[in-house]
Write a protein that binds this ligand. Structure first.
Ligand SMILES: Cc1cc2nc3c(=O)[nH]c(=O)nc-3n(C[C@H](O)[C@H](O)[C@H](O)COP(=O)(O)OP(=O)(O)OC[C@H]3O[C@@H](n4cnc5c(N)ncnc54)[C@H](O)[C@@H]3O)c2cc1C
Length: 426
């Protein structure tokens, strides 16, 4: 079906209001101007300061090797020059009136509304979860507080061995803290990586002195008598001393506005393949959007910079007269200690994992389903990661038998199949 048939959306609306000034919201505004949008752009964000990127919050910023100005997506002058205005919290969307209401009572009319409200950290539902010293990590404000807490902490407990928990655990370790990670699943990154990669990540942390307690739940958090956390009580009754607890048990999409406005919500704000909600005047992008995955057909929600940026670009293209379907390949990265893990593709259940190893800290795991490649996890092989993105994104076929050949590499396969140049390392 060609672009001509993608006509559900409005053509070239004048006033665009974006709710949420994070990675996706900022990118909608920037891409709209790049694509020649002349009308108003109001980017309404409830956090203080300029839009910033979150990945360094659990990495360089936490360790003190990047200062705050390195986080800004653009300097202040950009917003003035490009006539992008607005701060505040949107408290309601009035779709019949095509207007949003802000917490301070202002009402902003829109021709098109983009919901880029992101997600928020899940919290623990156990006694003591609200004690001082028990924190989550999502915002710059959270990271500032964690930096201060880390400076005075001796025993750090991380609840949840997902990306944010493990990145925090690595950073705290590098700052000389004693770190214990508690995870209910039997392996770290259980939802997002294969068994071989999870085993590597476990070794990586353990060899550097972090303790991983896997298959272990948290029953509660104990007080020091003055309202501050002193220990974590495990489900098996053990007590872990703790003066700082980072809760990294995943994030939930911010969907309240959409829900209250009568838009469909199912594990995220429901959109079609153009990232349009059921209302042709409202789009949803980034962490908050639940959209059809072009490869599996399943409705998915993805939390990554790539997803936020590519969603935003697609919406800006559509609003400036170039509608298309979302087809971008998901990819992710995580920095822990000196290691960068890179993932290309979305593994929604593989039936075969093949490890290509060139050294203990340099390997790729190829994940197949029904004999087709669905995702590739790489450590220390950026060239293979880039080749995986090109293979998966371009639909270049690869069978497990081809990958089993001696000396096989994704880069060589890509070159042989496409005849194009081999991608440089990311
Ligand atoms: C610590 C950390 C490390 C990460 N590391 C990586 C990484 O290494 N690689 C990677 O790919 N991804 C990483 N991510 C994920 C990535 O940052 C997110 O997927 C991305 O920020 C999503 O962008 P977004 O715009 O959808 O949401 P956000 O960036 O969360 O922006 C949403 C914004 O909307 C605002 N908002 C919500 N409701 C309202 C309202 N009603 N009115 C006004 N404003 C509102 C929120 O306050 C927020 O500022 C990391 C995330 C965190 C927290």
């Amino acid at each position: 079906m060609g672009a001509q048939q993608l006509t559900g959306a409005q053509q070239r609306p004048d006033r665009v209001v974006v709710v949420g000034a994070g990675q996706a919201g900022y990118q909608v505004a920037a891409s709209l101007r790049e694509q020649g949008h002349q009308g108003g752009i109001t980017l309404v964000g409830q956090e203080d300061g300029l839009p910033y990127e979150r990945p360094p919050l659990s990495k360089a910023y936490l360790k003190g090797t990047a200062d705050e100005s390195r986080l800004w997506l653009r300097p202040e002058a950009f917003y003035t020059r490009e006539r992008v205005t607005g701060t505040g919290t949107v408290v309601a969307v009035d779709r019949p009136a095509r207007a949003v209401r802000l917490g301070d009572g202002r009402v902003l009319g829109y021709d098109h509304l983009v919901l880029a409200t992101g997600s928020r950290p899940r919290t623990l539902d156990v006694p003591g979860a609200d004690l001082r010293g028990v924190r989550t990590l999502r915002t710059l404000r959270d990271a500032r507080a964690l930096r201060t807490d880390l400076a005075g902490a001796a025993h750090v407990v991380v609840v949840g061995a997902g990306f944010i928990g493990l990145e925090f655990a690595a950073a705290a370790n590098e700052m000389g803290r004693r770190v214990t990670v508690v995870e209910t699943h039997r392996r770290p990154l259980g939802r997002v990586v294969s068994e071989p990669t999870a085993a590597y990540v476990t070794r990586l942390h353990e060899e550097r002195g972090n303790e991983l307690l896997l298959g272990q739940g948290v029953a509660g958090l104990r007080d020091d008598g003055c309202g501050r956390v002193a220990a974590v009580e495990l489900a098996d009754g053990r007590l872990l001393p703790a003066d700082l607890v980072l809760v990294g048990v995943g994030a939930a999409p911010c969907t309240e506005l959409a829900e209250a406005a009568g838009l469909s919500v199912a594990g995220g704000i429901v959109t079609d393949e153009q990232l349009l909600t059921g209302d042709p005047c409202v789009s949803a992008v980034g962490d908050c959007a639940a959209f059809p995955d072009p490869r599996s057909g399943a409705r998915v929600r993805v939390e990554s910079v790539q997803n936020a940026v590519d969603h935003a670009r697609l919406v800006a293209d559509r609003l400036t007269g170039a509608p298309r379907r979302y087809r971008d390949l998901p990819w992710f990265w995580s920095d822990q200690f000196s290691v960068t893990l890179q993932i290309a593709g979305l593994d929604r259940g593989h039936d075969r994992a093949m490890v290509l190893e060139s050294a203990p800290d340099c390997f790729s795991v190829l994940l197949f389903r029904d004999n087709g490649l669905v995702a590739v996890e790489s450590v220390g092989r950026p060239g293979e990661h880039m080749a995986a993105r090109r293979l998966l994104g371009g639909g270049v076929p690869l069978s497990p038998w081809e990958a089993d050949a001696p000396g096989f590499t994704l880069r060589a396969h890509l070159k042989a199949r496409s005849g194009g140049p081999v991608p440089a390392a990311a």
